[in-house]
Design a protein. Structure first.
Ligand code: GLN
Length: 467
């Protein structure tokens, strides 16, 4: 553990870590030894990982990448943090993210941009950019992330690693700082689908402290062991020559339109061909409401965010301005100083679409689109295919700073990931090759696998066969 902390120190220029604490890490390493000793079959004991700085942690600071929480330390751990601690993983620290998980490049962060380990000129993706960069740089074996509209899958894709976002409700949101509660879901990032299976399995558990936590998945209790046994069962029963025989993979035509970079499209097609080579059958499908994902999401997510972020009132916790004459001015100034531009923009949009007279025109309309988008997925996954495949992001990682000049460019890049969150489905990203970046350099491309509710075991098994 000491050596790993030194590695983090020597890679400071990546800017992936926002807090480390050697005493706490060494403590956890010692308990991991005991956990391993008591149960030698525990494969997670001693595994070094990092938590996205949006999960609250006792001991390490929790900032959500915001000046608002720059000096905040939580008195308790998020459920995800506790679950991973109890199985013996060793936390090396907290990793950077976009402020309150709003962004796709880890550039909206009070601590400055995180660099992509493949090329320091480009972003690592976001909002779980620090998580992806830390894993890709080999500083940790895995990292937690959160995915409200793609924030686990997209940084995993842009950093050439794997990431999974489970079915909504599978993993507890308790202690995960809220962005848009009906979309937020925790996930994990690691090098291989096999690692993801172990990690996701250990955090998938019913938690009564999260009102949307799932108790049962297809009649089985939401508890450790469920995903792993599904996953292992599929791997064990696969024909070694044609491991994906019988699997129908749906390829939505809307995911290969003009907006997709040609090189990215080619790498994704090659990935799909590889799955066909393993025995899967390709089915061309349509998700006709794909173009509505961005407008629906960017009404619903800011609406929920504006309500969630109302708690930062500078009274209970968070940044408080130095000079004020009354309560109202204290709160207004504290919030103006404490929140960054992207967050303030979304609070403004959110309060607008929820306000009297606009609610029906925007928020209610967006909820209807959400239903239509979910129905597209549901129909395809029940009638046509077992999995849906496509790109994660329309481009490889863009240059640092290139998106800040155009306010909507970053939002448009979320086109292939948002639908999954609006529908609450599980999905993952796995590396499938390389395409050219802005200087002609080779940068990683991710292949997205979308499954039906509670089908994480199958997603992971297919990904393992692919790798
Ligand atoms: N890029 C999307 C947004 O900015 C998704 C972020 C996320 O999944 N946390 O809202």
């Amino acid at each position: 553990a000491q050596q790993l902390l030194q590695d983090i120190e020597s890679q400071q220029s990546l800017n992936a870590f926002v807090d480390t604490n050697a005493d706490l890490t060494l403590d956890q390493a010692r308990s991991a030894e005991q956990i391993k000793h008591d149960n030698p079959d525990n494969l997670l004991a001693g595994v070094p990982l990092a938590h996205k700085d949006i999960f609250v942690t006792q001991g390490w600071r929790t900032t959500a990448g915001s000046k608002m929480l720059q000096n905040y330390t939580s008195p308790f751990n998020a459920t995800v943090v506790d679950s991973l601690k109890n199985v013996g993983t060793v936390c090396l620290g907290k990793v950077s993210c976009d402020e309150f998980a709003m962004g796709s490049g880890n550039e909206h962060c009070v601590f400055g941009p995180v660099l992509n380990p493949w090329d320091p000129d480009v972003v690592p993706g976001g909002s779980s950019g620090g998580s992806a960069a830390a894993v890709a740089a080999g500083l940790v074996m895995a990292a937690t992330g959160t995915d409200t509209g793609g924030s686990v899958r997209q940084p995993a894709a842009l950093c050439g690693i794997s990431g999974i976002k489970p079915t909504y409700g599978m993993v507890s949101r308790f202690g995960m700082i809220a962005y848009a509660s009906s979309l937020d879901q925790a996930g994990v990032l690691a090098r291989s689908a096999d690692d993801l299976a172990l990690l996701l399995d250990s955090i998938s558990v019913f938690d009564e402290r999260d009102a949307t936590s799932i108790q049962k998945c297809h009649g089985q209790a939401n508890a450790p062991g469920r995903i792993l046994s599904h996953y292992q069962g599929l791997l064990d029963s696969a024909d070694p020559r044609q491991p994906l025989k019988g699997l129908r993979i749906g390829v939505p035509r809307e995911y290969f339109d003009d907006g997709l970079d040609a090189g990215v499209g080619q790498a994704v097609q090659e990935g799909i061909d590889q799955l066909v080579g393993l025995g899967a059958t390709r089915v061309d499908i349509s998700l006709p409401n794909t173009r509505l994902c961005i407008p629906a999401y960017y009404v619903i997510a800011p609406a929920e965010a504006s309500s969630n972020l109302a708690r930062y009132d500078a009274v209970r916790y968070g940044h408080r301005t130095q000079h004020y004459k009354d309560l109202e001015q204290m709160q207004a100034r504290s919030r103006t100083e404490g929140f960054g531009d992207e967050v303030r923009k979304r609070i403004m949009i959110g309060t607008y679409v929820l306000s009297h007279g606009y609610y029906d025109a925007y928020y209610l309309q967006a909820q209807k689109l959400r239903r239509m988008i979910a129905q597209d997925f549901n129909q395809a996954l029940t009638e046509q295919c077992d999995l849906i495949l496509g790109p994660v992001s329309p481009t490889v990682a863009p240059a640092i700073g290139s998106q800040t000049s155009d306010p909507t460019a970053e939002w448009l890049g979320d086109i292939y990931t948002l639908g999954v969150n609006l529908a609450g489905l599980p999905a993952m990203s796995i590396p499938c090759g390389f395409a050219k970046g802005h200087r002609g350099q080779d940068l990683p491309v991710g292949l997205q696998l979308i499954g039906h509710y509670f089908d994480e075991g199958r997603l992971l098994a297919v990904a393992t066969q692919f790798q």
